[in-house]
Design a protein around this ligand. Structure first.
Ligand SMILES: *Cc1c(COP(=O)(O)O)cnc(C)c1O
Length: 390
């Protein structure tokens, strides 16, 4: 009998441990090199250990790591102002993860409806196969059996409808409805890209019924699709938006952004986080935003995404087990008619990190700094696996 592992087994892990990373590359304990086409897990949008972010973390760690939110935090104010400048929002609440950002959004939605004189309106409509986190409220918002099973009773206040179906949202509205919460592209369920008019249709429905539109941009935000926020492709704005993964390049951080009217419902004492927006995370996020926006990384994502799409199409032409490919910027998926789990494991063996979603989908979230050569190298590994093994 082997000794009991000291870590709870919530993850099915590959027996590989990475010790070092730089750009799109990782090295394991034996010095083997890998291409990381998953960016951690949608986190390292600037690649591993981006120099400006590393320098900012080093500098801040030696100056001040944590002070309480009972006091002003100038770096937090600076970061909030930068995030507000990226789009629709007027105010920001900082936390430490995507789930926490969505928790804040759910609480804010309920409170805002109360403050508008509708205390009975607490229900939020979410989409089947969406993903919003693993806390009790956010798993209740996540309409996936495999996420919810065993943790019942779920938190009341969510109604599920098919994704990319505005008519279903309209039909689900009741006197209890407070808002609509969706991802602009469903990430965990395999990069599901809705019709280009989907978000605009949801905005119109929300306006017609006095509901809040909440967008979960935890995975699609921070430049992943070629605009800073994915919803900026659609020409509409939400009332509330959540972000996390890429926000601080791997230092845990999440944020909930909102319009002034909605954000006014968070008054002193209504919501809080011990670590949220601490100086270390803010320094990492500020350096991340600076690199993304001022150093021109975001400006290249669309072109890299188009290159990736062309190469994926070429790969699909060569391999009949590829049924379809799709992408928006550098958020991409390959649909297979063979088990994606096996393909994924073999890619890892040959030095390429991808992820398997929903059984038959390979997901790619390469760092936004990926080069055309690296795209070629990564897809050559995937191609060799498909040629040799299937
Ligand atoms: C990853 C993810 C979350 C959860 O983020 P955590 O930081 O793991 O809590 C929520 N929503 C979306 C869209 C995500 O991709």
């Amino acid at each position: 009998m082997s000794e009991l592992h000291p870590i709870m087994t919530t993850y099915g892990r590959f027996p590989v441990a990475f010790t070092r990373g730089a750009g799109c590359r990782l090295w394991d304990e034996d010095g083997r090199e890998y291409l990381d086409f998953l960016s951690g897990i949608g986190v390292n949008n600037l690649g591993h250990c981006p120099p400006k972010v590393v320098a900012a973390i080093r500098e801040q760690a030696g100056t001040l790591i944590h002070t309480s939110n009972l006091y002003r935090i100038p770096l937090q104010e600076k970061l909030a102002a930068r995030l507000v400048a990226t789009g629709f929002a007027d105010q920001v609440f900082f936390c430490n993860s995507g789930a926490e950002a969505n928790e804040a959004a759910i609480k804010l939605t309920r409170k805002a409806m109360r403050d508008r004189g509708h205390p009975g309106r607490f229900e939020i409509i979410t989409a089947c196969n969406g993903f919003h986190g693993r806390t009790l409220a956010t798993l209740s918002a996540t309409a996936q059996e495999k996420v919810q099973r065993g943790f019942e009773p779920l938190m009341p206040g969510f109604r599920y409808v098919h994704y990319d179906d505005p008519a279903a949202v309209e039909k689900a509205i009741s006197p209890y409805t407070a808002g609509i919460l969706v991802e602009p592209i469903q990430g965990e369920s395999g990069v599901r890209i809705p019709d280009p008019g989907y978000l605009a249709a949801l905005r119109a429905i929300a306006d017609r019924h006095g509901l809040l539109l909440i967008l979960d941009e935890v995975q699609t935000g921070m430049g992943r699709t070629g605009k800073f926020w994915c919803h900026q492709w659609s020409g509409i704005t939400p009332d509330i938006l959540t972000v996390a993964k890429g926000l601080a390049s791997g230092v845990p951080m999440g944020a909930c952004l909102a319009t002034a009217e909605v954000a006014a419902s968070f008054t002193p004492g209504t919501h809080a986080s011990t670590f949220g927006g601490n100086p270390l995370a803010c320094a990492a996020a500020l350096a991340t935003l600076e690199t993304l926006l001022d150093d021109g990384v975001l400006a290249q994502v669309v072109a890299r995404g188009e290159y990736l799409a062309r190469r994926l199409h070429a790969l699909a032409d060569e391999h009949e087990m590829i049924l379809a490919t799709r992408n928006m910027g550098l958020m991409a998926a390959v649909e297979l008619n063979v088990p994606a789990e096996e393909v994924n494991a073999m890619c890892l063996n040959r030095g390429l990190l991808l992820s398997c979603q929903m059984g038959t989908t390979l997901r790619m979230l390469p760092p936004l700094i990926v080069t055309e050569e690296e795209i070629d190298q990564g897809l050559a590994i995937l191609g060799s696996v498909l040629t040799d093994q299937f």
